[in-house]
Design a protein around this ligand. Structure first.
Ligand code: AMP
Length: 333
């Protein structure tokens, strides 16, 4: 697993010796207390980033639990925002929402190898911890949990979560068959590690949101799942860490995905049959040179196909490739 998942990058950070907040009265600046953990994979955390920021980062579950236990003892509610880092305003909107609901917000940053297929961009996935820390700090985040791969997948790791229902809706799962099992596994671990009062997920990854809601219900996780709307560029393109892969000319065409969804939604609202409205959207994307993976109308909860408007709340979901970049988006009808 080590060789598969990354390069050897040791780093130091606040570790198990970190004091809980109750002993840190009047001081929020983090302190390095020696090398708490030796990590052979994942991102480099420049010591300067840790020292310079007015927000703490922990990398091991023990330190995370110690910190959260201190907050819990004083009755502070905790919200969790799971991310893969390379943060943008979409992620930060989740953090801001968390801070409206809870005194404490923990942002996890983990590029989860289990949700990438071997052909996908795990190694190349953007990593920008220093910038992420600054954004989290500016949005009043309280703690960053950035485990390395070995922390999440200990030697001998042998457990999987089998997901069906919304995870087998024939959307993302058709093109990324192992993706949601990987997502569910890491999200379940994060729920157990943090035991937050709630966790927040973006509607941007709508199928993922439904998979997580289903899993939390099925496995009796004692927390609430909240969601937040998709944050977009002014031209409609949904913010995504992967948008940086778009060449300038592709970036100019990328908002057409949102435009196509919007046109199909309007058509359905005007009474155009769903199948015809979807054809309109698909044709628009094909003409603009997108390779469309799917462009579908689904029941907004079960993600099952819906043929007729009025058969339930509708959501349009789409994925399309522009060059080497795969974009996903969705819109309520
Ligand atoms: P990621 O880092 O891509 O795994 O995303 C972490 C969380 O941020 C997920 O719940 C995403 O749905 C959410 N997210 C990503 N992009 C956006 C966006 N443009 N607007 C709102 N939430 C987003």
């Amino acid at each position: 697993m080590r060789r598969l998942f990354g390069t050897r990058v040791p780093f130091a950070l606040a570790g198990p010796g970190s004091q809980p907040d109750s002993k840190r009265a009047g001081r929020r600046a983090p302190r390095l207390r020696g090398i708490a953990h030796f990590c052979e994979t994942m991102i480099e955390i420049p010591a300067a980033a840790v020292l310079a920021r007015n927000i703490d980062i922990v990398q091991d579950v023990g330190s995370l639990r110690a910190r959260l236990a201190a907050w819990r003892r004083t009755g502070e509610a905790i919200g969790l925002i799971p991310t893969m880092g390379a943060l943008h305003a979409g992620h930060i909107s989740l953090l801001r929402k968390a801070k409206r609901y809870a005194r404490r917000a923990v942002v996890s940053i983990f590029v989860n190898p289990a949700q990438f297929a071997p052909s996908e961009d795990f190694a190349a996935y953007p990593r920008s911890l220093e910038k992420d820390m600054a954004l989290i700090e500016a949005a009043q985040g309280d703690l960053v949990f950035a485990p390395c791969v070995e922390e999440m997948f200990a030697e001998g790791f042998a457990t999987a979560i089998n997901v069906a229902g919304p995870a087998a809706a024939g959307l993302e799962d058709r093109f990324r068959p192992t993706h949601f099992a990987g997502v569910a596994l890491i999200v379940a671990k994060l729920f157990n590690q943090c035991r937050p009062d709630f966790a927040i997920f973006g509607e941007k990854d709508f199928q993922q949101l439904k998979v997580v809601e289903r899993m939390a219900r099925d496995l009796d996780f004692e927390l609430q799942i909240l969601s937040a709307p998709t944050v977009r560029e002014t031209d409609g393109l949904a913010l995504s860490s992967r948008n940086i892969y778009l060449a300038a000319e592709e970036r100019a065409r990328a908002p057409l995905l949102y435009a196509a969804l919007s046109i199909s939604v309007s058509a359905i609202k005007e009474g155009v049959p769903i199948s015809r409205a979807l054809e309109l959207g698909r044709a628009m994307l094909n003409e603009a040179g997108f390779a469309v993976d799917y462009f579908e109308a689904r029941h907004a909860e079960s993600l099952k196909p819906i043929a007729l408007q009025g058969d339930g709340p509708l959501r349009l979901l789409a994925a399309a490739r522009l060059g080497r970049t795969r974009l996903i988006d969705n819109l309520a009808v």
